[in-house]
Design a protein around this ligand. Structure first.
Ligand code: 13P
Ligand code: SF4
Length: 301
């Protein structure tokens, strides 16, 4: 391909995507310019659905490694590219397959529910995989008399216990970004912006405390749940307790409303490893392919 000198990187990416029959999927925490060039932007649940449904031969995943692996499991016949293999996840790294096997051995017969932020090997050892968008319904669908091992996020697990009334055995993992959003961040904003709605991701260290406030202005939501809420709500001002990348999408989808992060340092360095340039290189040079061993993928299909 010859690129005209005036062509922007955005145009170059779109041209390459067309030429290579590739679909670009981006998570809500991606850089604004990456979100803007993508075919679809969403949360883990929405991205998984898109990965399973697309007709394109190639999926370029602008997100973190476990998300690209999930796409490879759902679409084994397609090529899945991740523009930077260093894009990991501190939460997914908090448990490996060996640790899960040991935990299962201590609880024979228990049902294992893994959050999507896990490696493919951990998913292969699990009975169910959920996202923040469907975790509650997955837990509710499991018969009452079953013991449930939930992993790897401690705060999401505690929130699930409270909202479903089920007792869970919970792995003590956490996301360093969400765990860094503290109750003090929320308390400060409750005082400074008493008129605003508060949107909180269930991975937040403050999630359970927010629920304890028990007020109707607090909403515990997946990232896409936040977008849907912001679009539908008549309220003009919202405080956001999750990774700051979502502010771009919120402003785009619900123009005219005011969105403020409760903690401006809530920045996922892994999500931000994907740049427009690396995305262009990924399409141009066909890198980096993410594969899941067929034996591991088959357990989850
Ligand atoms: P969502 O599925 O809600 O987008 O969350 C993904 C994630 O990595 C949160 O840190
Ligand atoms: Fe993982 Fe946390 Fe980054 Fe989400 S924000 S990808 S859970 S490290």
């Amino acid at each position: 391909m010859t690129v005209a000198p005036s062509t922007t990187m955005h145009d170059e990416v779109r041209l390459l995507a067309g030429e290579k029959n590739a679909v670009i999927l981006a998570h809500n925490y991606q850089r604004p310019e990456v979100q803007d060039v993508a075919d679809y932007v969403g949360d883990s649940l929405g991205l998984s659905r898109q990965a399973a449904a697309t007709d394109a031969q190639t999926i370029v995943f602008c997100g973190v490694h476990f998300m690209a692996e999930t796409a490879a499991i759902l679409s084994p016949e397609k090529t899945v590219l991740l523009p930077d293999l260093g894009a990991g996840c501190s939460l997914a790294a908090s448990i490996d397959a060996e640790q899960l096997r040991e935990w299962k051995a201590q609880h024979p017969g228990a049902v294992v529910v893994s959050y999507v932020n896990t490696t493919a090997e951990v998913k292969a050892e699990s009975d169910y995989c959920c996202t923040s968008g469907n975790a509650k319904s997955v837990i509710e669908a499991i018969p009452e008399d079953c013991e449930i091992l939930f992993l790897p996020d401690l705060f999401l697990g505690v929130w699930l216990e409270r909202t479903t009334g089920r007792k869970l055995k919970i792995w003590m993992g956490e996301c360093h970004v969400h765990a860094g959003i503290r109750p003090a961040d929320i308390e400060r904003w409750q005082d400074e912006a008493p008129d605003a709605e508060l949107l909180v991701h269930p991975e937040c260290g403050c999630a359970s405390q927010c629920m304890a406030f028990g007020n109707e202005r607090t909403h515990i939501l997946s990232t896409e749940g936040m977008i849907n809420f912001a679009k539908a709500s008549p309220k003009p001002r919202m405080l956001v307790a999750t990774e700051i990348g979502i502010i771009h999408r919120l402003e785009k989808e619900a123009p005219g409303k005011r969105f403020e992060p409760v903690n401006r340092k809530a920045f996922c360095k892994y999500m931000k490893m994907i740049t427009l340039e690396k995305l262009r290189d990924s399409l141009r040079d066909w890198k980096h392919e993410v594969r899941v061993e067929p034996a591991i993928a088959a357990v989850q299909a």
